[in-house]
Design a binder for this molecule. Structure first.
Ligand SMILES: *[C@@H]1O[C@H](CO)[C@@H](O)[C@H](O)[C@H]1NC(C)=O
Ligand SMILES: *[C@@H]1O[C@H](CO)[C@@H](O)[C@H](O)[C@H]1NC(C)=O
Ligand SMILES: *[C@@H]1O[C@H](CO)[C@@H](O)[C@H](O)[C@H]1NC(C)=O
Ligand SMILES: *[C@@H]1O[C@H](CO)[C@@H](O)[C@H](O)[C@H]1NC(C)=O
Ligand SMILES: *[C@@H]1O[C@H](CO)[C@@H](O)[C@H](O)[C@H]1NC(C)=O
Ligand SMILES: *[C@@H]1O[C@H](CO)[C@@H](O)[C@H](O)[C@H]1NC(C)=O
Ligand SMILES: *[C@@H]1O[C@H](CO)[C@@H](O)[C@H](O)[C@H]1NC(C)=O
Ligand SMILES: *[C@@H]1O[C@H](CO)[C@@H](O)[C@H](O)[C@H]1NC(C)=O
Ligand SMILES: *[C@@H]1O[C@H](CO)[C@@H](O)[C@H](O)[C@H]1NC(C)=O
Ligand SMILES: *[C@@H]1O[C@H](CO)[C@@H](O)[C@H](O)[C@H]1NC(C)=O
Ligand SMILES: *[C@@H]1O[C@H](CO)[C@@H](O)[C@H](O)[C@H]1NC(C)=O
Length: 481
C-alpha cells in the first residue's frame, strides 16, 4: 500500500478504490485490506477521543461514525487515497484527560497541535511518527519527563512544550533532530544542565526560560551559530559567559538571560558582533564591571534592561556608554536600576536617543542636581530616579517631559517647591515624591492632572493644607501626604 506523490498518477487508483471505500465506509471493525492503514488511523482517533474526560465546548461532538474521520473537527487528512490523518489541531477547547499514545499510530501525521487545553499525564509516545514536523502541546498540565523516543521523529522542525509540568533533564538526544529550528520548553520544571548536544542543531529559536536549569552552559552549546532568539531567563545558570559570545552567536535578535547567577562582566562582543540585536535583558544576574560602550553599535536595539546587577559608573570613562548609546536610534526602554552608579549624572544623559520612552536609574548612589538637559528626552513616559541621593530643585527639566505618565523621585534629597508647571504634565498617572526635602505649599495645579491614579507626597516639608481642587481627581486610588 503506497500513495503516489504525483497528482497525475493519482486519478486512476482513486477510481478503483472508491467502491472498496464505500463498502468499508463507517464500519468500525474493518476487515478490508485496502483501507487497512486508514482503519489504524480511525482506531487511533477513537482511542484519543476515549482518553478525553471533559469536553465542555463539544469539540469532539462530530467525531461519530456518521461521517468519515477526515471530516471530524480538528482532523486534516491527506488528499491521496486511502486518506490518512495528516494533522490534528484542537486548541483552546478546555479539553481534559490524557493524550492517548495511540496518536503514535498516525504514521502520516505532519502536525499535532493540542495547545491551550487541560491535558494531564505523560507526553504521548510518538516515536514512530517519521513525518511529524510540528509538535505543539503548550499550555497544558502534562507531567513526567521528555522521552528520548521523541528524538526518533527525525523530521521535527518545531517543538513547543512550554507551560506544562515536565520534569527531569533536557534529553541530550534532542541534538539528533537535525531539522529542528524552534524549541520552546519554557515554564516547566526541567533541571540539570543545558546539554551541549543542542549545539549540533540549526536552531533559530531556543526558549528554555523559567525552569530549574543549573550549572555552566557548555562550550559546545555556543555552536548554535544560526540562533536568533535565545531565552534562558529565570533559571540557576552560573559561571561567566564566553567573552566572544557575540561572535559565536552573530545572528542574535533577542537575548534574554534575566534572573540567573552568571558572573563576570557583560561581554563586549555582544555589541561588536551581534549587530542585529533588538532586545537585551541581562537583569537580576549580578554582572560586574562597566556597561560596554560597544552596545552603541546596535542600531536596531529597542530594549536594554541591565537592572539589578553590580555594574559600576564612577568616572567619565565609565559613563562613556551614554555617548555611545546615542546611535541606538530605536531605543525605547533602558534600565540601570539597582546597580552601583555613583556621583552626579553627566550632562551627556541628553545624548541618549530621543526615541527613549522608559529610563530607569533608581536604586543607585547618584547625587547632585539632575542635569536640565534630561528635559531633551521628550518622549519619556516613565522616568525613575528614586532611591538615590539627588538634590536641588526639579524645576528646569520636569516641565519639558510632557509625555510622562510615571515619575518616581522618592527617597532622594530634592528640595524646593513642586513647580506649578507640573500641571503641564497632563498624562501623569503615577507621581511619587515621598521622602525628600520638598517644601512650600502643595500647588493647586496638581488638581488639574486628571489621569493621576497614584500620588505620594509623604515625608516632605510641605506647608498648608491640601488644595480644595484635589476633589477633581476622581481617578485617584492612592494618595498619601
Ligand atoms: C465537524 O465540526 C467542524 C467544526 O465545526 C466542521 O468544520 C466540520 O465540517 C464538521 N464535520 C461534520 C462532518 O459535520
Ligand atoms: C496503536 O497504539 C497503541 C498504543 O500505543 C497500541 O497498543 C496499539 O497496538 C496500536 N495499534 C495498531 C493497530 O498499531
Ligand atoms: C523509531 O523509529 C523506527 C522506524 O524508523 C521504529 O522502528 C522504532 O520503533 C522507533 N522507536 C521508537 C522508540 O518509537
Ligand atoms: C521526512 O518527511 C519526508 C516527507 O515529508 C519523507 O520523505 C522522509 O522520509 C521523512 N524523513 C524520514 C527520516 O522519515
Ligand atoms: C499559558 O501558560 C502561562 C504560564 O503558565 C500563563 O501565564 C498563560 O496565561 C497561559 N496562557 C493561556 C492563554 O492560558
Ligand atoms: C531533577 O529532578 C528530579 C526530580 O524531578 C530529581 O530526581 C533529580 O535528582 C534532579 N536532578 C538534578 C540534576 O537536580
Ligand atoms: C548577587 O550578589 C549579592 C551580593 O553579593 C548576593 O547577595 C545575591 O545573592 C546575588 N544574587 C544572585 C542572583 O546571584
Ligand atoms: C535592522 O533592522 C532592519 C529592519 O528589520 C534590517 O533590515 C536590518 O538588517 C537590521 N540591522 C542589522 C544590523 O541587523
Ligand atoms: C547619600 O548621601 C549621604 C551623605 O553624603 C550618605 O550618607 C548616604 O549613604 C548616601 N546614600 C546613598 C543611597 O547613596
Ligand atoms: C541634602 O541636601 C542638603 C543641602 O541641600 C545637605 O545639607 C544634606 O546633607 C543633604 N542630605 C543628605 C542625606 O545627603
Ligand atoms: C505650562 O502651561 C502653561 C499654560 O497652561 C504655559 O503658559 C506655560 O508656558 C507652560 N510651561 C511650560 C514650561 O511649558
Amino acid at each position: 500500500m503506497h500513495h503516489s506523490e504525483q497528482p497525475a498518477k493519482q486519478a486512476m487508483p482513486m477510481l478503483v478504490l472508491l467502491p472498496l471505500l464505500l463498502l468499508c465506509y463507517g464500519v468500525g471493525n474493518v476487515h478490508c485490506s485496502k483501507v487497512h492503514d486508514s482503519s489504524i488511523d480511525l482506531q487511533a482517533l477513537l482511542d484519543f477521543k476515549h482518553g478525553i474526560t471533559i469536553d465542555p465546548n463539544g469539540a469532539l461532538n462530530n467525531w461519530t461514525m456518521r461521517s468519515h474521520f477526515c471530516h471530524w473537527n480538528g482532523v486534516e487528512c491527506t488528499l491521496e487515497q486511502p486518506r490518512r490523518v495528516r494533522g490534528l489541531q484542537l486548541t483552546s477547547q478546555s479539553l481534559s484527560g490524557q493524550i492517548s499514545s495511540s496518536l503514535g499510530n498516525l504514521t502520516f501525521l505532519n502536525y499535532l497541535d493540542l495547545s491551550y487545553n487541560n491535558f494531564v499525564g505523560p507526553l504521548p509516545l510518538l516515536g514512530r511518527l517519521q513525518q511529524l514536523h510540528i509538535l505543539f502541546l503548550y499550555n497544558n498540565s502534562l507531567s513526567g519527563i521528555i522521552p528520548d523516543a521523541l528524538t526518533n521523529c527525525s523530521n521535527l522542525t518545531a517543538i513547543d512544550l512550554s507551560s506544562n509540568l515536565l520534569v527531569g533533564s533536557i534529553p541530550p538526544k534532542l541534538g539528533l533532530l537535525s531539522n529542528l529550528g524552534y524549541l520552546n520548553l519554557m515554564s516547566n520544571q526541567l533541571n540539570g544542565s543545558i546539554p551541549g548536544e543542542l549545539g549540533q542543531l540549526n536552531l533559530k529559536t531556543l526558549i528554555l526560560g523559567d525552569n530549574r536549569l543549573s550549572g555552566e552552559i557548555p562550550q559546545a552549546f555556543f555552536r548554535l551559530s544560526s540562533l536568533q532568539y535565545l531565552n534562558l531567563e529565570s533559571n540557576m545558570l552560573s559561571k561567566a559567559l564566553p567573552p566572544n559570545i557575540g561572535k559565536l552567536l552573530p545572528h542574535l535578535v533577542e537575548f534574554t538571560l534575566e534572573n540567573n547567577m552568571f558572573e563576570g562582566s557583560i561581554p563586549d562582543s555582544l555589541g561588536n558582533n551581534a549587530l542585529g540585536l533588538t532586545k537585551i535583558d541581562l537583569s537580576y544576574i549580578n554582572f560586574t564591571g562597566r556597561i560596554p560602550t560597544s552596545l552603541g553599535k546596535l542600531s536596531n536595539l529597542t530594549f536594554l534592561n541591565l537592572e539589578d546587577n553590580q555594574l559600576v559608573a564612577r568616572n567619565n570613562q565609565d559613563w562613556e556608554f551614554l555617548n555611545a548609546l546615542r546611535n541606538c536610534r530605536s531605543l525605547e526602554v533602558f534600565s540601570l536600576s539597582y546597580n552601583e552608579l555613583q556621583g552626579s549624572l553627566p550632562q551627556s544623559i541628553s545624548n541618549l536617543p530621543t526615541s527613549l520612552q522608559v529610563l530607569l536609574l533608581g536604586g543607585n548612589s547618584l547625587s547632585g542636581q539632575v542635569p536640565h538637559s534630561i528635559g531633551k528626552l521628550s518622549a519619556l513616559t516613565w522616568l525613575g530616579l528614586g532611591e538615590n541621593n539627588f538634590s536641588g530643585t526639579i524645576e528646569g527639566w520636569i516641565e519639558n517631559l510632557k509625555s510622562l505618565g510615571r515619575l518616581s523621585l522618592q527617597s532622594n534629597n530634592f528640595t524646593g517647591p513642586i513647580p506649578s508647571s507640573i500641571s503641564n504634565l497632563t498624562r501623569l498617572v503615577k507621581l511619587l515624591l515621598s521622602k525628600n526635602e520638598f517644601d512650600g505649599s502643595i500647588p493647586a495645579s496638581l488638581g488639574n492632572l486628571r489621569q493621576l491614579l497614584w500620588l505620594d507626597l509623604s515625608y516632605n516639608n510641605f506647608q498648608g493644607s491640601i488644595p480644595a481642587n484635589f476633589g477633581k481627581l476622581e481617578q485617584l486610588v492612592s494618595f498619601q501626604t
